[in-house]
Design a protein around this ligand. Structure first.
Ligand SMILES: NC(=O)c1ccc[n+]([C@@H]2O[C@H](COP(=O)([O-])OP(=O)(O)OC[C@H]3O[C@@H](n4cnc5c(N)ncnc54)[C@H](OP(=O)(O)O)[C@@H]3O)[C@@H](O)[C@H]2O)c1
Length: 255
């Protein structure tokens, strides 16, 4: 049975990936820090979809946590979803630099190392995929968060080029760039998102559905939903200074 390894699989977008992939018949390796939530999520997948579901308790802001997931990815996973992520409370000038470094560890170092661990086996088998969850913030100016997600997009594009140059067959690397999705993310980051209009919110299941469709058609960057495709396209047309001003303010207030 093919296996999907999903980081941040206990909530939000990661949990939606886990449900959808299990319903498609893939076995699951679920990664997060909270062991109790991981066990409950794995039990739910077994009960509802009859798949095998393992748990791996790992903190991706630590070397040991990343190494444990690298080991599991090397053992074999047909689809890896590097999804775990978070927002810091406040703008760059107000956030302790240690917290910004933790973000880079989870968003960039963990993604780099887990992707590097997973790809050789996929190339050997001639099939497999890595989906790296970035954000539309990658195309905007959103402090360290946006910069880290821009890295995820650029890294994924480069990795896909390298895979293709090696005759990667059916091996794919794709960056997924959602807009606002109703998850635990904003509450955990202490963000007040009451000013974000309701039409801007996406559902986690729809984001996953679009991502998997884009993956099947060979997209390297997936921006779910026509509203956000239009926003990303428009942001490339306006002067960079104006785009930065608008994007730095949109929907972001801290409690
Ligand atoms: N929600 C949005 O509007 C939105 C938009 C664009 C992009 N994204 C991106 O989508 C991804 C998922 O976000 P979400 O909205 O689904 O967030 P969420 O609901 O807060 O879920 C985050 C998941 O990541 C895990 N996690 C957090 N820190 C971790 C760490 N250090 N080590 C291991 N696991 C960790 C959490 O579990 P534990 O706490 O148990 O570890 C949880 O399972 C993130 O990369 C985020 O940047 C979100």
């Amino acid at each position: 049975m093919p296996t999907a390894l999903i980081t941040g699989a206990t909530a939000g977008i990661g949990a939606a990936f886990a449900r959808r992939l299990a319903s498609d018949g893939l076995d699951a390796v679920l990664v997060a820090r909270d062991a109790g939530r991981l066990d409950a999520a794995a039990r739910d997948l077994r009960d509802r979809y009859g798949v095998a579901a393992e748990t791996l308790t790992a903190d991706l802001s630590t070397d040991a946590g990343i190494a444990a997931v690298e080991d599991r990815a090397r053992e074999g996973a047909d689809l890896v979803v590097n999804n775990a992520g978070f927002g810091n409370k406040g703008v760059f000038l107000d956030v302790p630099v240690a917290d910004e470094l933790t973000m880079l560890k989870v968003h960039c170092e963990a993604v780099l190392r887990i992707t590097s661990a997973a790809l050789p086996g996929m190339l050997e088998r001639g099939r497999g995929a890595v989906v790296n969850v970035a954000s539309v913030a990658a195309f905007a100016t959103r402090g360290t968060y946006g910069a880290s997600k821009a890295w995820v997009v650029s890294f994924s594009q480069g990795a896909m080029q390298d895979v293709a140059a090696r005759g990667g067959g059916r091996v794919r690397v794709m960056a997924l760039c959602p807009g606002f999705v109703r998850t635990e993310f904003h509450e955990r980051a202490g963000m007040d998102v009451t000013s974000v209009p309701s039409f801007m919110w996406l559902k986690d299941d729809d984001v996953v559905d679009q991502a998997l469709r884009d993956l099947r058609r060979g997209a390297v960057v997936s921006v779910p939903d026509v509203r956000y495709k239009a926003i990303v396209a428009a942001s490339r047309l306006v002067p960079p200074g104006l785009a930065a001003k608008v994007s730095a303010r949109t929907g972001r207030r801290y409690d």
